[in-house]
Design a protein around this ligand. Structure first.
Ligand code: ADP
Ligand code: MG
Length: 697
């Protein structure tokens, strides 16, 4: 790398120690290099402005040019706001600030030519632009294409607004010593249609045309994602080489009998494909670490069972761990049923297993008499030891942390294979990037004969009609869930809503014709269990609950899922909740209840739910709406520290970069070729910089 570029930022002409301090604090810019990696977030084409009279037809952002002719202050305290009457030669629109009103008022001048950028919104029957970006218009700016850098109030006060930052970048790019080494060899560049690095860096900051911006951004995104993928692939290779694993070489009696004689249906194509992937993994001599994604009911558990039978055929034991007791019991019951008449010994261990039963169980595990152990967190305890544990299946990975998984690895001399099942789909581009050393399998097909769930959106005003519909379904012998948001189980307001709802339901669906269950997080576990079981057994027809029922529970007779205040749930949560119905042969329904006023994001969430049952499609929309950090949790968001690429929007570039990375490693696995020297040296410094990174599994 060019050493000049690691010079501390205070040495750049026009910066100095005071501004440097603020640049570091506010934008994380410490060096010349950091400044060059502080990319414009958009560009202004001075030749294109919208007219105020055309704004009604515009769906998206507007760029206007005109003058503020009047300020109006209104409201007090938290409702305080500043309105600026903004005019061009076609009309007038309000610019509105709810925050920083007085600061804005001091900064803006009346009757001065300015440029405004923002998203017009309809509010109380008139259009306005909340919190627009404002920039000055003066002679020299009249033409061409301009970068816009985001700034902060503090930087603004030191003249480091977008213009100020642009000036620093320009100064730096004009330095003779500012040169860029291209790590990509020419043949690679032409193959992937990448412009040179020097042209790209200059083009991204100071472009003359839209085409230059596109080419520059593509090159820089590709580069960023390419190195990320290279790093992931290298790390995976390193872990693979280090990790020994059991070999499940034999397909024996247990697997064959079950598959050929017991299993009452054919596997779906997706199940077969995934099973093949798993079998291949368990045959390499390396430790399997595989994530199995698939919607609720897609048949993941069955694939897991078949994998466990393979283990048993090779003289190993298997364990299946679920996040709740109810789920563990359900797994236990369905697997015991499947194993009926077969020579496979299945046992259950949960927090409520009695002490004397535990003792017998521990002995059975040590002697090898028990083949499959199903349970909850209780499985993790050190006292639970096996004769020869070969495979661990973990249901619903989100509930288990990394440390907990590691405890399972230690239950044999060589770590048992690990299969993690999740019904919360993660978009492919993210999965590709995230689960660094985890392989990903996807079941993207439901068993035949399932009726897709019909999803409807109803406003609160239609409640009586919804109740009528519930009565019809219950009259047919079906059961109904009603779910309330209780995001933080301690929030009193939410809790009161839940209780009010429960009372209203109890009044509208009175005894003796109807029986209503309630389950929420404030109840004692045994009471929850009791109520849940009444519903599972069909003794109650209506289950009023909070999201505690989100995970796993299987009541095939339940055909209606009503989600109250659906606007308060995220997409993936809505999808998970909907997955509680549609498990039987009958048509099922999901009804999303909301208030009248909905934000744009909420509308999009609701529309998506109504439109599709496909978990992957939903996860893509979720990714667009929430961004990757939120989707995966902050714990992993460090990985997302990308400077220019965006995993939500640049999925296709991720795929291209990954292919390119794989290709290079196929041709030149150790990057020995002279032309790959640049790539190799950058990569080894990346690997050194984050030694623990990527061990997500
Ligand atoms: P998941 O674990 O993905 O939620 P399960 O494995 O529990 O799904 O399967 C859901 C239901 O579908 C179970 O009753 C299971 O027996 C059944 N099932 C699984 N695979 C098939 C298949 N290929 N054909 C028909 N039914 C299937
Ligand atoms: Mg399941």
């Amino acid at each position: 790398m060019n050493n000049f570029l690691i010079t501390p930022i205070e040495y750049l002409k026009g910066v100095g120690p005071v501004r440097a301090e603020v640049l570091k604090k506010e934008l994380g810019i410490f060096s010349f290099q950091d400044l060059l990696e502080y990319y414009p977030f958009r560009y202004v084409d001075r030749s294109e402005y919208h007219k105020i009279k055309d704004l009604l037809d515009l769906d998206g952002f507007a760029q206007l040019r005109g003058r503020i002719i009047q300020f109006v202050d209104s409201g007090t305290g938290r409702n305080k706001r500043l309105t600026a009457k903004f005019q061009d030669d076609t009309g007038m629109i309000d610019l509105v600030w709810f925050k920083g009103a007085s600061w804005m008022k001091n900064t803006l001048e009346l009757n001065k030519d300015i440029q405004v950028f923002g998203k017009p919104k309809l509010f109380k029957n008139s259009w306005n632009i909340p919190h627009p970006e404002i920039s000055a218009v003066n002679g020299e700016d009249e033409v061409g294409y301009q970068p816009v850098y985001s700034s902060t109030e503090r930087l603004n006060s030191m003249s480091l607004n977008t213009k100020g930052i642009e000036k620093l970048v320009r100064t730096l790019l004009e330095e003779d010593k500012t040169t860029f080494e291209d790590l990509f060899p020419p043949d690679f560049r032409s193959k992937h249609q990448l412009i040179g690095r020097d042209v790209a860096v200059r083009g991204v900051h100071l472009p003359k045309t839209e085409e230059q911006v596109q080419a520059a951004r593509f090159r820089l995104k590709f580069e960023e994602l390419f190195f990320l993928q290279m790093e992931l692939l290298m790390r995976k290779k390193i872990t693979m080489q280090k990790s020994k694993g059991f070999i499940f070489g034999k397909v024996g009696e247990h697997f064959n009998t079950f598959y050929n004689d017991v299993l009452p249906f054919d596997l779906t194509g997706a199940q077969k494909r995934v099973l093949k992937e798993i079998r291949k993994d368990m045959n390499t001599g390396h430790h399997m670490n595989r994530l199995l994604q698939g919607d609720v009911g897609s048949g993941k558990t069955l694939v897991a069972l078949l994998s466990m039978l393979l283990g048993i055929d090779n003289d190993f034991q298997a364990a299946l761990m679920a996040p709740t007791e109810i789920l563990a019991i359900q797994h236990y019951e369905s697997i015991t049923q499947f194993m009926d008449g077969m020579d496979v010994n299945v046992a259950l261990l949960t927090g409520s297993t009695k002490k004397k039963d535990r003792k017998i169980l521990h002995e059975g595990l040590l002697s090898g008499e028990i083949d499959i152990l199903i349970g909850t967190h209780a499985l993790l305890e050190d006292i639970v030891q096996f004769k020869n544990l070969g495979l661990v299946v973990i249901d619903e990975q989100h509930r288990f942390g990394v440390a907990q998984r590691a405890r399972m690895w230690r239950k044999n001399t060589v770590p048992p294979h690990v299969l993690i099942m999740t019904a919360t789909p993660i978009p492919r581009t993210l999965a590709m990037t995230f689960y660094g050393d985890l392989d990903v399998s996807v079941i993207d097909e439901l068993p035949p004969g399932r009726k897709p769930i019909t999803t409807l959106h109803k406003k609160d005003a239609n409640r009586l009609r919804v109740f009528g519909f519930m009565r019809e379904e219950i009259a047919k012998g079906r059961q109904v869930y009603i779910v309330y948001p209780l995001i933080h189980e301690s929030e009193t307001l939410d809790f009161n809503n839940l209780m009010d709802g429960y009372e209203a339901i109890s009044r509208s669906f009175p005894l003796p014709d109807y029986r209503v269950s309630i389950v929420h997080g404030k109840m004692k576990p045994e009471d929850k269990e009791f109520e849940m079981n009444r519903f599972v057994k069909g003794e109650t027809q209506i289950m009023v609950a909070t999201t505690v029922i989100e995970v796993g529970v299987n009541v095939p007779n339940a055909s209606v899922m009503i989600i109250e205040s659906a606007e308060r749930f995220g997409l993936s949560q809505l999808h998970q909740l909907r997955g509680r119905v549609g498990r039987g042969a009958e048509q099922s329904y999901c009804i999303l209840m909301t208030g009248d006023k909905l934000s744009d994001d909420t509308k999009k969430r609701i529309k998506t739910m109504v439109r599709t049952n496909d978990g992957f499609e939903i996860s893509e929309v979720d990714l667009q709406l929430r961004g990757p950090g939120d989707l995966l949790g902050t714990q992993q968001s460090g990985l997302l520290d990308l400077k220019i690429a965006n995993l939500a929007r640049d999925g296709h570039v991720v795929a291209m970069a990954r292919d390119a990375a794989k290709e290079i490693l196929t041709v030149d696995p150790t990057l020995e070729a002279q032309k790959h020297a640049g790539i190799r040296s950058k990569l080894s410094s990346m690997l050194r910089a984050r030694p623990d990174w990527g061990k997500i599994a």
